[in-house]
Design a protein around this ligand. Structure first.
Ligand code: ADP
Ligand code: MG
Length: 239
């Protein structure tokens, strides 16, 4: 919106850019033979979408997630985050964009075992631009959102798998990212704990968070609002 629009109190006519948009995205890995893990993939993810990407092992899911999360670059094709091209951005700009816009959740939690639940979430505020004076309140608020107020002084090692993943989710949302990227978030969980994590995703989506969940499990992908299949690095949107 321009200053003029604000002064005239008129709605902006500029379209809101998609949170994530990419076209003709390809990622090849050199080798003998070389592997093309993503083939000319196109996708647009709007603010507030809850999208799943389902495909079998080796289909290119993690490759795609690493590119979406600015942890890797495509071999060719354009990836726009909030309408800004990321391909030409420097590593430091990409790192700043990542810290401010993207939260990650992985299958294996990646918590520090010898630090409390609260410390694990606090540590994530150090490098994601949360002002010092707000860090503790933000960490407590994130842990409240994942229903772990009663676990803040515990070590991750005494928690259930589902609770550990919820700590990881609190850590991923503490800096209030625009989009949460989850790679097989229930892969290490039994069905009860998986259901708890998926219920939490519904709540976060209800609060307006944009979610991208990558999985090989139809029970997980069926919970999303939009489903995309990935097969040999090619994407197809499912009805
Ligand atoms: P998924 O997460 O769906 O199991 P990946 O994205 O990890 O699949 O891998 C897709 C394909 O790309 C596989 O054939 C894999 O061996 C290959 N691949 C992934 N990362 C690399 C890499 N760093 N170097 C070479 N090949 C890779
Ligand atoms: Mg994978």
């Amino acid at each position: 919106m321009s200053i003029l629009d604000v002064l005239l109190d008129e709605p902006s006519t500029e379209p809101v850019p998609a949170v994530i948009e990419f076209a003709a995205l390809t990622r090849s890995f050199p080798g003998d033979p070389p592997v093309t893990a993503l083939h000319s993939a196109d996708l647009r993810i709007e603010a507030g979408d809850y999208l799943s990407i389902i495909g079998p092992s080796g289909s290119g899911k993690s490759t795609l997630l690493h590119i979406l999360g600015l942890l890797d670059r495509p071999t060719s094709g354009e990836y726009l985050l909030n309408g800004s091209p990321t391909g030409t951005a420097s590593e430091s700009d990409r790192s700043r964009l990542r810290g401010g816009s993207i939260g990650f959740v992985f299958q294996s939690f990646h918590l520090l075992p010898h630090r409390t639940v609260l410390d694990n979430v606090l540590l994530a505020t150090l490098y994601s631009g949360v002002p010092r004076a707000e860090r503790r309140d933000r960490a407590l608020a994130a842990l409240h959102r994942v229903h772990l107020d009663h676990r803040i002084e515990f070590l991750p090692t005494v928690l259930s798998g589902g609770e550990r993943q919820r700590v990881a989710i609190a850590r991923a949302i503490v800096a209030e990212p625009q989009v949460l990227l989850a790679d097989e978030p229930t892969g290490n969980l039994d069905s009860v704990n998986s259901a708890g994590v998926l219920d939490l995703f519904d709540e976060l989506h209800g609060d307006g968070l944009t979610l991208v969940v990558i999985t090989h499990d139809a029970h997980v992908s069926d919970r999303a609002q939009r489903r995309v299949r990935i097969s040999d690095g090619r994407l197809t949107e499912l009805a």
